[in-house]
Ligand binder design. Structure first.
Ligand SMILES: NC(=O)c1ccc[n+]([C@@H]2O[C@H](COP(=O)([O-])OP(=O)(O)OC[C@H]3O[C@@H](n4cnc5c(N)ncnc54)[C@H](O)[C@@H]3O)[C@@H](O)[C@H]2O)c1
Length: 293
């Protein structure tokens, strides 16, 4: 079965889901956006609206394109509203139980030929596929944050992913104007296998008192030429997501070098999840971000 992708469903209207919906709509796809409540869907739609406006003010999009893109995105308060989608991308919280439950509930609502993609940062695509009725039409489509800005999409085939699913996904990523890279289905794939241990080590460096938040970030920006410091980046990703990825690496590869830093655990337990909760390694509630340690 080959699928001509025209309509894309997105599950999860958070940082990633709203970005994915935005780039799909700009590329001309009809989009249905789902989350746990109408309130969260509306918050996602507001983020997309702001993002599209910013693209117009930067000259990357015409006002007419903005209006057309915004008009292509519709709220989907239930999985039934995703029933006519050709591709559904799951971008909900990085928690395997949450994602598995979504797939179990989602499958009966979909057409048999619809493809399901997961935007998971780290969880086994093969294992998630096994929670669906269509492992051959299931694939990892890992966007980077912020989606409208970042060029890369990692594509991850599960053990059962068939060629037409892979080819349709490659064509979809190309139409979004992004560059795809293929990663094998190992914990955290390529980008996060390399990036997250670096961020976790930066948090250990803070935990052990080797440097302050500012000195660690300045050191890596100016000393390693990174565009942003690792703690600033952790706040940007979301500390809950960083912790979840480290846990997947630690459990999946059974190597103590992936042990999540206890300070990361403490920040997550405090609900200090980074920019999305306005406090993490920096406090974003004032005029400019101030370090919390
Ligand atoms: N943050 C990043 O930098 C980044 C980058 C690439 C991939 N990802 C992955 O993208 C996914 C989402 O991350 P995020 O940063 O957007 O998180 P987020 O916390 O901003 O958003 C997650 C959204 O999922 C929704 N959700 C939770 N359970 C749901 C359910 N059962 N049904 C529908 N919606 C549900 C939440 O209400 C929330 O709006 C995760 O798998 C994450 O690992 C994140």
């Amino acid at each position: 079965m080959t699928v001509d992708i025209r309509k894309v469903g997105v599950i999860g209207a958070g940082q990633m889901g709203s970005g994915i919906a935005q780039v799909c709509a700009i590329a001309g796809y009809d989009v249905a956006l789902n989350d746990l409540s109408e309130e969260r869907i509306n918050a996602g739609l507001a983020t997309i609206s702001g993002g599209l406006q910013r693209q117009v003010s930067k000259g990357h999009l015409t006002e007419q394109d903005r209006q057309e893109a915004e008009g292509r995105i519709k709220p989907a308060p239930s999985f039934e509203a995703l029933g006519d989608c050709d591709l559904v991308i799951e971008a909900a919280t990085e928690n395997e139980a949450v994602k598995r439950k979504i797939f179990v509930d989602l499958c009966p609502a979909l057409r048999p030929d619809a493809i399901i993609g997961t935007n998971t940062s780290s969880i086994s695509v093969t294992r998630l596929a096994a929670a669906t009725d269509r492992p051959e039409r299931f694939i990892g489509i890992h966007f980077m944050n912020p989606v409208p800005v970042m060029q890369l999409v990692e594509i991850i085939r599960g053990i059962a992913t068939e060629d037409p699913t892979f080819k349709a996904t490659q064509a979809f990523v190309a139409r979004l104007g992004k560059t795809a890279t293929l990663a094998e289905d190992f914990p955290a794939f390529i980008v996060n296998r390399i990036l997250l241990p670096m961020i976790n080590e930066a948090i250990y460096t803070l935990y052990e008192g080797v440097g302050s938040v500012e000195s660690i970030d300045t050191a890596m920006r100016l000393g390693a030429n990174h565009p942003m410091g690792p703690l600033q980046l952790a706040d940007f990703i979301g500390l809950d997501t960083c912790l979840a990825i480290m846990q997947v690496l630690h459990d999946g590869l059974a190597d103590s070098k992936y042990r999540p830093c206890p300070l990361l655990v403490k920040y997550v337990e405090a609900g200090w999840l980074g920019r999305k909760t306005r406090r993490g390694f920096y406090d974003y509630r004032g005029e400019k971000p101030t370090p919390t340690r």
